[in-house]
Design a protein around this ligand. Structure first.
Ligand code: NAD
Length: 421
């Protein structure tokens, strides 16, 4: 393993991807003992703008960027391309923090865990949702035994957007957001449940709400060709059952619900959704306990800095835990095994949905036997690399964007200065 670093040693960081990556770049500052030193993106106009604002060296080529003198790389490039970029960075001797997803295929998951073990560098999966205040509080309560043993949970990440907003973050017909199957963006729903309860998924059933040709936003005004939403049923390694719901339905919300055999915890579904409800039944509560409490939990540490950061404070804790893991030379909680386990649920759930929602095993890549089974499994719905028996991005098959949808999407892309198709 790499040598431990003292608190005074600055961690020099490079970021690839100046969309979401700009947030990491701005957060990698002296208060966390980090220093942003380089940025990389193929979209040169945007890159130069952010590079000038932050006063750092810029690169359009990832291999050249990796030669920059730095300690760590944060990956915020395309959703489906993180594993190969992580592997290159590890081979170049850099610590890695990777945005969602950690890997796109199961073979990539195997290759990634092997590379992290081989290189001895810190790898962190940048799932920010577990670090929202109500999720950190639920973890604390769960480990205090407040609700007993975990039996059933729900994670929801429902994120409808206007057509203009969708198009502005999906530039190009083949941008991943225009074709990503509805099960793949599942880690925002799953990560909090795993974090609170320290459980892992072992079985998955996937269900997909198909592409809606009458949706005036998606079909009428975008180039999207994937399904509306997905529901994923999981069996966890302690026997608990979990339901995940994600992406494009109407009714925006990010909810987590944990039932134990002594009580329930959940963030509120209406009003102030960052409030936490904790319930113990009156017939079995201790005399000192309140049957039902609703309150605003705070962050356990760094409340002020976290409150200023994006995604309910979660973004602050990504850079913080990454820096801590590097300094202590210890894997972070969101290590490569958890990151890969969460990410492959999205792929396996899509396979299940295409097989009438049949149950599938979620392999545990901490075990060599599981790695050998999946090391060549490159099944992928990416339409740009498709070869049979790869699936189409929708359970309905090969969807063609509507003429009107494509025309409006291209109008928005041109306004943003995107020159491609
Ligand atoms: N955790 C969260 O809350 C959250 C929020 C938003 C996005 N994300 C994740 O962050 C990642 C990036 O998303 P985004 O919204 O910024 O959109 P995006 O996918 O459009 O941005 C990716 C950026 O990487 C650049 N890029 C792609 N390939 C490259 C290459 N080979 N070399 C250099 N640059 C390259 C693109 O030009 C683009 O600017 C995704 O994985 C997404 O899932 C996470």
């Amino acid at each position: 393993m790499a040598t431990k670093r003292s608190r005074s040693t600055v961690i020099r960081v490079g970021v690839i991807g100046v969309g979401r990556g700009s947030g990491f770049a701005r957060g990698a500052g002296p208060s966390l003992g980090m220093k942003l030193v380089a940025l990389c993106d193929t979209w040169e106009e945007r890159l130069l703008k952010v590079g000038k604002e932050l006063g750092v060296t810029t690169y359009t080529d990832y291999d050249t960027f990796l030669e920059h003198d730095m300690d760590a790389v944060i990956l915020a490039n395309y959703f489906h391309q993180h594993a190969p970029f992580a592997i290159k960075a590890l081979r170049a001797g850099r610590h890695v923090m990777s945005e969602t997803a950690a890997c796109f295929t199961l073979a990539e998951g195997v290759a990634l865990v092997r590379e992290v073990e081989k290189r001895g560098k810190v790898y962190m999966f940048a799932e920010n949702y577990p670090y929202m205040a109500f999720n950190q509080e639920m973890r604390r309560l769960y480990h205090d035994g407040k609700i007993g043993e975990f039996k059933y949970g729900e994670g929801e990440y429902v994120h409808p957007m206007s057509a203009r907003d969708v198009n502005s973050i999906s530039c190009g017909v083949n941008h991943w957001r225009n074709w990503l199957p509805a099960t793949y963006y599942c880690t925002h729903a799953l990560a909090p449940v795993m974090f609170i309860t320290d459980t892992r998924p072992v079985k998955v059933n996937g269900f997909v709400v198909p592409y809606d040709a009458h949706d005036p936003v998606k079909a009428g005004h975008t180039a999207m060709r994937s399904d509306t939403a997905s529901m994923i049923a999981l069996r966890m390694d302690n026997g608990a059952v979990v339901k995940l719901l994600q992406v494009g339905l109407r009714g925006h919300g990010n909810f987590v619900r944990i039932h134990g055999n002594r009580g329930l915890m959940e963030n509120l579904r209406h009003g102030n959704q960052s409030l936490l409800r904790v319930r113990i039944e009156p017939f079995e509560k201790k005399p000192s306990e309140v049957a039902e409490q609703v309150y605003a939990p705070n962050f356990p540490v760094f409340a002020e800095a976290a409150a200023r950061a994006g995604h309910g404070g979660g973004d602050f804790f990504m850079n913080y835990h990454f820096a801590e893991a590097i300094r202590k030379d210890e894997p972070p909680y969101l290590d490569v095994y958890r990151g890969v386990a969460m990410s492959i649920v999205g792929s396996l759930a899509y396979r299940s949905a295409l097989a009438d929602s049949a149950p599938l095993e979620v392999p545990d890549f901490r075990k060599e036997a599981a790695r050998r089974t999946y090391e060549h499994d490159d099944w992928s719905p990416d339409p740009t690399t498709r070869r049979p028996p790869d699936p189409w991005p929708s359970v309905l098959g090969d969807i063609t964007p509507t003429k009107a949808g494509l025309a409006y999407a291209r109008k928005v892309w041109r306004e943003l200065g995107y020159g491609g198709e």
